[in-house]
Design a protein around this ligand. Structure first.
Ligand SMILES: Cc1cc2nc3c(=O)[nH]c(=O)nc-3n(C[C@H](O)[C@H](O)[C@H](O)COP(=O)(O)OP(=O)(O)OC[C@H]3O[C@@H](n4cnc5c(N)ncnc54)[C@H](O)[C@@H]3O)c2cc1C
Length: 389
């Protein structure tokens, strides 16, 4: 049987793309191949679910503005007779603390964010101390704060998109794509481990950190590596209500989760590359992360590491940003990968963008600067701070 579109990988990107395709044209035949319907290793369900407008690149800011809008009405928009999503949006605000070295980039970011209509402010140390007394402000020069930033439940978003896409007619098949079939500059389909070949002129690779291996045999060398990131679940004496998500100048972050529980992590250059899901041990937390946390949040002197998990960032080593759209020179091969740790919040805009490209519509949000041509031309499109979260 032939289809109009085959999507490889039914995580948040694949499911958002299926949903957007079918909302625009319900007559399409869209099949999503997902090898694990429990999503045990999908980055989407292993993510922190943080959404922020505090980026330094116009595209990333606009993508997140769209996410905040969509997630605000997601529970209603994605409800089906079989499934009622509950994304549990919390706008606790993200506070990026700055030291002397990071201040200029933070101020530059605020200027751009404000120009694009974001409600974001620079807080000086005294303002931070008044507003968030749990923070120690001696080692910082201020911080950038946006109240609209916050967290949602990423699994609920994935399930919401998936169920709505199915209601609109998407077919989900639990199988693994072992090879993409293409040649002479165009796609012809995908080979399944259990089910033979699916013939189709349009193949969307939304296979997350695994995309790079899937696409390589077609002669596409993406600058994307799978990097393991560990998140620690920490219980503390600090009540989370009223606390923002705190991002330290070093890159350590602490996200208030529930009651006195925080999610804490630090992405480091030495994090393992490969498909490993064994979280780093508690020693790493104690030796590396805890002293840094304690310096800025002294109430973290008393805590319990309850558990930890690890997931994969698809790190784009060229510039830390997504690679989106039809790959130059291969008609019908569409990609969305390389999100480098901020992809969850990009799913609404990316799914819409890919669907518009596939359907030949003018994109609502022009994301062409994030296309594959910049990879081929070796022309990075960086965030100002160059930091991956
Ligand atoms: C610890 C951690 C914290 C994060 N925190 C945030 C955050 O706070 N905010 C944010 O915006 N982003 C965050 N991210 C990043 C975010 O999770 C990802 O960018 C996003 O979820 C990517 O979605 P995806 O659908 O591309 O990939 P995935 O969710 O990984 O989905 C890919 C799917 O493809 C399937 N697949 C792979 N290969 C094949 C194949 N050959 N055949 C069939 N199926 C296949 C997989 O089973 C998987 O389900 C975080 C990531 C991690 C690991």
């Amino acid at each position: 049987m032939s289809h109009d579109v085959v999507i490889v990988g039914g995580g948040v990107m694949g499911s958002s793309t299926a949903y957007h395709l079918l909302s625009a044209d319900p007559s399409l035949s869209v099949v999503v191949i997902e090898r694990d319907d429990t999503y045990t290793r999908a980055s989407t369900v292993l993510s922190d679910g943080n959404v922020r407008i505090q980026f330094g690149l116009e595209e990333n800011i606009r993508i997140s503005q769209h996410a905040i809008e969509v997630l605000g009405r997601f529970d209603d928009d994605m409800a089906t007779p079989r499934f009622q999503p509950a994304v549990a949006a919390r706008h606790q605000g993200n506070l990026f603390l700055a030291d002397e070295a990071s201040k200029a980039a933070a101020l530059e970011g605020i200027e751009l964010q404000k120009r694009l209509g974001c409600d974001v402010a620079w807080l000086n140390p005294a303002e931070i101390a008044t507003r968030f007394p749990a923070l120690r402000t001696e080692d910082i020069v201020g911080g950038s704060f946006a109240q609209a930033d916050g967290s949602v439940d990423p699994s609920a978003v994935l399930r919401g998109y998936r169920n709505k896409a199915v209601e609109l007619g998407a077919e989900y098949v639990e199988d693994e794509v072992t090879a993409l079939i293409g040649g002479r500059g165009r796609m012809r389909g995908a080979r399944l481990r259990r089910g033979g070949d699916l013939m189709c002129p349009i193949v969307v690779s939304t296979a997350g950190a695994w995309s790079v291996d899937l696409i390589r045999p077609l002669g596409v060398a993406l600058p994307v590596i799978p990097v393991m990131r560990t998140v620690y679940v920490v219980s503390t004496t600090i009540p989370t209500p009223g606390m923002p998500s705190v991002f330290l100048p070093s890159g350590v972050y602490a996200l208030p989760e529930s009651d006195r529980t925080w999610l804490v992590a630090w992405s480091r250059d030495e994090d393992p590359v490969g498909y490993d899901f064994t979280p780093a041990g508690r020693q790493r937390f104690t030796d590396l992360i805890w002293p840094e946390l304690y310096r800025h949040l002294p109430a973290f002197d008393s805590l319990e590491v309850e558990s930890a998990w690890a997931g994969l960032y698809a790190v784009n080593t060229l510039d830390g940003n997504a690679i989106l759209g039809e790959w130059p020179g291969i008609r019908g091969l569409y990609l969305a990968t390389g999100f480098s740790g901020h992809g969850f919040q990009q799913a609404p805009a990316v799914g819409r963008y890919l669907s518009e490209l596939i359907l030949g519509l003018d994109p609502t949000l022009d994301l062409s600067r994030l296309g594959g041509q910049r990879v081929l031309d070796n022309e990075p499109v960086h965030e100002h701070a160059g930091r991956l979260i």
